[in-house]
Design a protein around this ligand. Sequence first.
Ligand code: NAD
Length: 241
Amino acid sequence: MTARSSAEAPRGVPEATVARLPLYLRALTTLADAGTATCSSEDLAAAAGVNSAMLRKDLSHLGSYGTRGVGYDVDHLRYEIAREIGLTTDRNVVVVGLGNLGQALANYAGFRSRGFRVVALLDADPRMVGSTVAGLEVRDVAELERVVAELDVAIGVVATPATAAQEVADRLVGAGVAAILNFAPTVLTVPEGVEVRKVDLSTELQILAFHEQRRSGEYLPTDPPGSSVSPAVLAGGEEVR
Ligand SMILES: NC(=O)c1ccc[n+]([C@@H]2O[C@H](COP(=O)([O-])OP(=O)(O)OC[C@H]3O[C@@H](n4cnc5c(N)ncnc54)[C@H](O)[C@@H]3O)[C@@H](O)[C@H]2O)c1
């Protein structure tokens, strides 16, 4: 039997490398959130605050060498590091509401590489129920409680019209789902202990429009009251008077 050095983690990754993996993971997450698909070892090293030779050596312990001239695939490397650290427990996700948005979300391959597995799709429209989206059969929302229990769903994605969202959220919570990602343009009320994240692309666009207007000099602070919507309102915030 070969003795393993006390300075080595299982599978021959040195402890010093293991200690730096969270730095790489955080840097990669920042790059991924900014829409970066590939990065050089220099860029990644700079983002993580280490030198690039050390980074390349560390990643070689994981079997990741990058591609010459292209660099590292950000999503793939994140997955590999997360797996090495043990952060890859997948969470099962149900998407409720399979219209334009729900179908796009169900088809988004990026969830998988980030540890989120879309395991069920639910809709109320009999024309949708029974159809296949992203390789999964769309089931009747009437089955929500059974689906959540059977498939050990941890996160519910609400992509229904606003009018249906609260009822869907109530049922998800009642079935034991404690994390909801809400795309419907409504504020959900949930009990304490349930986490709701709301995604609102139009607010983001409004904020961009606000900054863009400022940059282009269109906004004139001296505009008479009522002549245009204020930047604060455009930015989706409270207007302070
Ligand atoms: N957050 C954002 O940035 C953003 C962007 C686009 C759309 N939206 C919102 O997302 C939601 C979906 O948008 P869309 O364009 O896909 O709409 P859509 O009308 O194409 O799809 C809605 C789907 O929900 C289903 N549905 C209705 N009631 C239901 C219920 N009780 N249970 C299960 N399914 C039900 C419908 O049958 C339909 O398939 C809307 O509320 C929309 O305003 C948000």
